[in-house]
Design a protein around this ligand. Structure first.
Ligand code: PEP
Length: 252
């Protein structure tokens, strides 16, 4: 069975509620242009979720969140739970993004706790992994991706792993305009699938979509999406314009 292509916009800390609604409407209006095998996701900030949920309800665009906490509820000021995301209409949640790792103390262990909790609440985790520039230059790309992947999936069953999405995001390519070459991306993603095969067997590894993320744009998407192990994109900057976001999906 061919893997689905998952094109997800990560709006990061951009857009007020009214701006987010406007952008979501523009994405919905263009969504029919995207090929039928593509799943489209928009991920606004928490405060915009419920309003954007109304815009995407009943359309082919699904709602994602940018993070969540691993506990059910309680004294965790500033945090949001899986149940709250579900109640707001969220289907996907981005976990372990490099900005969370870099600025907010995310570790492989917290990514694992969040991934388990998301699955418990039937949210689809988009698990992000990727190496820093210094790690790539030190020929540690595979080592880093394997460590992050095994950390994120520790104790997760094959049945649950099969429900997840992975985003390979070389940190040096995020928001920098420096896109990985198709060869670099394909090589890293084939390695990620090999690690998944070791963890869960070929049948499960073959159905988990692996997105590429890092300065993806309409003009470089086609080449990336043509690669055997690149099954979509996690898109930051270019997801803030509906035309560019859908333009990337057109490359699938
Ligand atoms: C991201 O935030 O996940 C990302 C890939 O950003 P950009 O597309 O802007 O590089």
């Amino acid at each position: 069975m061919a893997r689905r292509i998952v094109i997800a916009g990560n709006w990061k800390m951009n857009k007020t509620v009214s701006e987010a609604v406007e952008l979501a409407k523009a994405v919905v209006a263009k969504a029919s242009e995207a090929p039928a095998n593509v799943d489209l996701i928009v991920s606004p900030t928490y405060v915009c979720l419920t309003e954007v949920a109304k815009v995407v309800a009943g359309t082919r665009v699904a709602l994602g969140a940018q993070d969540m906490h691993w506990e059910e509820s309680g004294a965790f000021t500033g945090k949001i739970s899986a149940a709250m995301l579900v109640s707001a209409g969220v289907k996907y949640v981005i976990l372990g993004h490099s900005e969370q790792r870099q600025y907010f103390g995310e570790t492989d262990e917290t990514v694992n706790k969040k991934t388990r909790q998301a699955l418990k609440h039937n949210l689809i985790p988009i698990v992000c992994v990727g190496e820093l520039l210094a790690e790539r230059e030190a020929a540690k790309t595979n080592e880093v991706n394997e460590r992050q992947l095994k950390g994120a999936y520790a104790g997760i069953s094959a049945e649950d792993a099969a429900k997840t999405v992975i985003a390979y995001e070389p940190v040096w390519a995020i928001g920098t305009g420096k896109v990985a070459t198709v060869e670099q991306a394909q090589e890293a993603q084939a390695f990620i699938r090999k690690v998944l095969t070791g963890l869960y067997g070929a049948a499960v590894a073959e159905i988990i979509p692996i997105q590429y993320g890092g300065s993806m744009k309409p003009d470089n998407a086609k080449g990336l999406l043509a690669q055997k192990d690149i099954d979509g994109g996690l898109i930051g900057g270019a997801s803030l314009k509906a035309e560019d976001f859908i333009g990337i999906a057109l490359g699938a």
